[in-house]
Design a protein around this ligand. Structure first.
Ligand SMILES: [Zn+2]
Length: 179
């Protein structure tokens, strides 16, 4: 799993340095990518070390990545009503899970004809956390979708998780809504 989509224009290939971690230099910045097991154990540590702040921390990390993806997308390709769908497709490819949504609902949301849009995530990468419990646990994914859409659309959105495999649901489902 990579934290940023590995695109073909990346001039340098990822090289192994330490097990489970790949690094590369992109736009003059070092990019660190971790595989799913390493990422899973990092997340587990965050949730077990600081349960009260972990949701905020994970939401912020996801939000920062989403903002980065959206900024990159806006810089590299003309902004269209399909921009969000393109980013979501890249999230699925990268390995966060299979993101499923109704494109008509997404278009209605981005054109202000609807106040919310739902994303279902099958095979969510955070299943591997297996922390159990009764509460949704994909704060990273919530932040990721919220951060991406907020930067793409230029307005602040709310987001929360309605369904989560961590509490026994078949899929995870994140709702992004206008404040
Ligand atoms: Zn979940």
């Amino acid at each position: 799993m990579v934290l940023l989509p590995h695109s073909s224009e990346n001039p340098r290939p990822f090289t192994h340095t330490i097990p489970g971690v790949l690094t590369s230099v992109r736009d003059g910045r070092r990019v660190v990518a971790v595989d799913i097991d390493t990422w899973s154990s990092i997340c587990k540590r965050i949730y077990t070390c600081d349960p009260s702040r972990a949701p905020i921390i994970m939401d912020e990390i996801g939000g920062a990545l989403g903002a980065e993806l959206a900024t990159r997308q806006k810089k590299e390709t003309p902004f269209t009503e399909d921009s969000m769908a393109d980013i979501v497709a890249s999230l699925s490819e990268v390995g966060w899970g299979q993101f499923v949504f109704d494109s008509d609902v997404l278009k209605a949301f981005t054109s202000h004809k609807s106040d919310q849009v739902n994303f279902r995530i099958k095979g969510c990468a955070f299943n591997k956390l297996r922390l159990g419990g009764e509460t949704p646990l994909c704060h990273f994914t919530v932040g990721l979708l919220k951060g991406t859409m907020s930067v793409l659309e230029g307005e602040q959105f709310r987001a929360w998780e309605e369904l989560c495999t961590s509490k026994g649901d078949d899929v995870c489902e994140v709702v992004v809504a206008r404040r």
